[in-house]
Structure formats: structure tokens, C-alpha cells
Design a protein. Structure first.
Length: 257
């Protein structure tokens, strides 16, 4: 099995996704940059310390997740981390909710992460079995078994929102779709822990990104009350690197000012 660690990062063109990609690249990961806008993904790729690939795709499509996973696994032979960061967060009051908006919000925020998880599962399961077999073989020969590549089968981090606890007015669908993602994390923990597959949710408050500013001006939400994407990314990367084992299966809340 190839030895370089590999991560898929969705929504990698801007904000939290770009920051996570940079930090994981610095940690030695090859990064599959997934997002809708090629030019933004190219900007992220240029900022990375190591190897990367660009996959421009709209994850709302039912076939997209499988195509992403197949492309990455075919190229690099393994997938050690999946960061489900891409999201749609438009402010729409309850009476203005349309069927089209409902379908697209859940397609991007809930179904796309679920599909990606389902597609990487067998790959991470096989990696976990391989790592366990390698450890047993090393022990049988009296060798040290330090940390194996990938740290087990793999790690899945779902980016959620503080809105699942207290949704901002207009985040009727956004908060609900992210609450479902947190349920996915609990299932990852319940089904994956024995396979070496770790799962986390990271739920920040308002993060200073272009997506945030598309909905909120600084008059409404000043910069002093928002989080830096790099700080949120650091929590996500700490999960991937095995530095927060006590939070497996949980939602890590990161309040903003």
C-alpha cells in the first residue's frame, strides 16, 4: 500500500477548506482539492507545500461523490482523511423557503457528506485491517510498532455549525441540514471505532469567510465577532492527526465572539 498520507478536502477553494488544505499539506498529506470553481482550487493548490490534485465538481449531483473517491483512490492508492467542509449557508426565512432551495441545501450539506462517507468506508476499512495486520506481524518479530501510516483506517471530519445548538434566524434549513451531519458523525463512531475509522464534527460559530459576508455585512456582524478560518482549520487538523481522541464521535463547539 502506498505510504504517503492522502486527504480529500471539500470546499477547498476558499475559507476553512483552503486553510485545512494548507495545514494538512504542511503535515505531509497529499491533498485532493474538491470544489465547484476551478480557479479557486488552483489558487489553493499554488499555496500548498506538497502534492495535490484538483477536482472541480458540484457535489450536489448524486454521482459526484463516487467519482471523487474513485479518482483519488485510483491516483494515490489510499485515502486517510475526508474533510466534509463544503456547504450552502444562505439566509432564508421559514416562509420564504422553496422546494428547490430545500432540495439543494440538503443535497450539498447532508447528502454529499453521507455519500462521500459511504464511498470511502470500504477503503478506510481495508486500510485499518492492513495496519492491524502489519502491527501484529511486527510484534510477532519483536519489532517496535510506533504509529502506522494513516493512524489506523482513516479519519472523517464533518464541518458543522454552532447553529445546530441555536440557529440564527434564517438558518432554518442550514441548521437542520448540519444537525443531520452531526448524526452521521455519531454513526461513524459507533460503526467505525472497531475498524480504525475515526469520526468528528467541528461546529464553529461565525467564521470570517466570503460565504459569511455574502449574507452578513460588518454592520450586522463585525469582524471582531468572527473566527479566523486558520483557527478553525487547526482544530480540524488536530482531529486528523490524532491529537483529540477524547472528542471522537462528538461535536467540537467553537463559539465566535
Amino acid at each position: 500500500m502506498p505510504q504517503q498520507k492522502v486527504s480529500i478536502v471539500t470546499g477547498a477553494g476558499t475559507g476553512i477548506g483552503r486553510a485545512v488544505s494548507r495545514q494538512l499539506s504542511e503535515a505531509g498529506y497529499a491533498i485532493a482539492l474538491v470544489g465547484r470553481r476551478r480557479e479557486k482550487l488552483e489558487e489553493t493548490a499554488k499555496s500548498l507545500a506538497g502534492e495535490s490534485m484538483i477536482i472541480p465538481v458540484d457535489l450536489a449531483g448524486p454521482e459526484a461523490a463516487g467519482e471523487v473517491v474513485e479518482t483519488v483512490h485510483s491516483e494515490w492508492g489510499r485515502i486517510d482523511a475526508l474533510i466534509n467542509n463544503a456547504g450552502l449557508a444562505e439566509v432564508v426565512p421559514i416562509p420564504d423557503t422553496t422546494e428547490d432551495f430545500m432540495q439543494r441545501t440538503f443535497a450539498i450539506n447532508t447528502l454529499a457528506p453521507a455519500r462521500l462517507i459511504a464511498h470511502v468506508w470500504s477503503i478506510m476499512k481495508e486500510q485499518g485491517e492492513s495496519n492491524e495486520s502489519n502491527k501484529e506481524g511486527a510484534l510477532a518479530h519483536g519489532q517496535s510498532v510506533g504509529g502506522s501510516v494513516g493512524g489506523g483506517g482513516g479519519c472523517i471530519v464533518n464541518v458543522s455549525t454552532m447553529g445546530v445548538v441555536d440557529p440564527f434566524p434564517g438558518f432554518f434549513l442550514y441548521a437542520a441540514s448540519k444537525a443531520a451531519v452531526e448524526s452521521l458523525t455519531r454513526s461513524i463512531y459507533n460503526e467505525g471505532s472497531k475498524l480504525g475509522i475515526k469520526g468528528y464534527s467541528v461546529a464553529p460559530g461565525a467564521v470570517e469567510t466570503a460565504m459569511l459576508r455574502a449574507s452578513f455585512s460588518e454592520d450586522v456582524l463585525p469582524t471582531s465577532a468572527t473566527l479566523n478560518p486558520e483557527d478553525v482549520a487547526a482544530v480540524i487538523v488536530a482531529c486528523v492527526l490524532g491529537e483529540r481522541p477524547e472528542d471522537e464521535g462528538k461535536s467540537i463547539l467553537i463559539p465566535s465572539g
